[in-house]
Design a protein around this ligand. Structure first.
Ligand code: SAM
Length: 259
């Protein structure tokens, strides 16, 4: 899939999920709450990149004077508008921000970066739009996320059923791409329980997080195949519940002040 088609596909999947997203967003709530604890308040402008339906905006609005909400998905932004917290709302790609250089005091972005084909572009854009002394908090997923699901599917077929996530190394080596930014990293493993693999797959769909970028099988998965995946799933309790792990990275970026 080329980059434009992929971006459209991601926006479409998230758009379709706009009504089911908040109900399914267990991981997103945990992660955004932790990311928020790393964000210092500002009297100025805060940019929420990949804001989704804006469910978190009452909390963000308490930490800034003006909130700029930005997302790829028009449908998600309709929900954001209804939440009535954002001062400005932009439909745009985080890899190419329609925001003036050095205009923004804080950037917040929770669980959006892993959807971007070129995350380094997003970080460069953040470095560009931040005022000197401004800061950003970003959360994203790392390699190892949903590894149990991946392992189970590998026993059943050779298609890709979940996205590839970047390894920690990628973020550790970002320094030279963003010379203006001081960077700190924190990692956390979050484990969530599901009644079975179908419930896990349904949650991903309800979140709009079911776009697979490469090597996906477009055919529907039949009941027997799901049973095989359930049997092959490596982390099951006696009552059949499964556990899925998510490797979460929190990045705190500060733009150097000019002396
Ligand atoms: C998992 S949701 C996270 C939403 C929200 N930040 C939260 O924590 O609930 C990812 C969001 O990022 C948006 N998104 C994905 N790629 C994007 C891009 N390149 N630029 C802007 N938004 C993007 C999607 O449309 C979706 O609303």
């Amino acid at each position: 899939m080329n980059a434009l088609a992929l971006t459209d596909d991601i926006a479409r999947h998230f758009g379709r999920a706009r009504e089911s997203y908040e109900q399914a967003a267990r991981l997103q709530r945990l992660v955004a709450t932790k990311a928020l604890s790393l964000l210092t308040p500002t009297q100025g402008l805060l940019l929420d990149l990949g804001c989704g339906p804006g469910w978190f905006h009452p909390e963000l609005k308490q930490r800034c004077a003006d909130l700029l909400a930005l997302d790829l998905s028009y449908d998600m932004l309709q929900k954001t508008r209804a939440a009535q917290c954002a001062t400005f709302i932009f439909q745009a790609d985080a890899q190419s921000l329609p925001v003036a250089s050095e205009s923004t005091d804080r950037v917040f972005s929770s669980l959006m970066l892993q959807w971007c084909e070129q995350p380094q572009l997003v970080l460069q854009e953040i470095a560009r739009v931040l005022k000197p002394g401004g800061s950003a908090v970003i959360s994203t997923l790392l390699d190892g996320t949903l590894q149990e699901f991946k392992q189970a599917w590998a026993q059943v077929d050779s298609h890709q059923h979940i996205n590839q996530f970047l390894p920690l190394d990628f973020y550790q080596q970002l320094g030279p791409h963003c010379p203006d930014l001081a960077l700190t990293l924190q990692i956390e493993t979050v484990r969530l329980e599901y009644p079975d693999v179908l419930a896990l797959a349904r949650e991903l769909k309800d979140l709009g997080a079911n776009t697979v970028t490469q090597g996906r099988n477009k055919a529907l998965t039949g009941k027997q195949r799901w049973q095989k995946v359930q049997q092959a799933y490596p982390s099951r309790s006696l009552d059949g519940q499964i556990s899925a792990s998510y490797q979460v990275l929190y990045l705190v970026l500060t733009k150097q002040s000019i002396e």
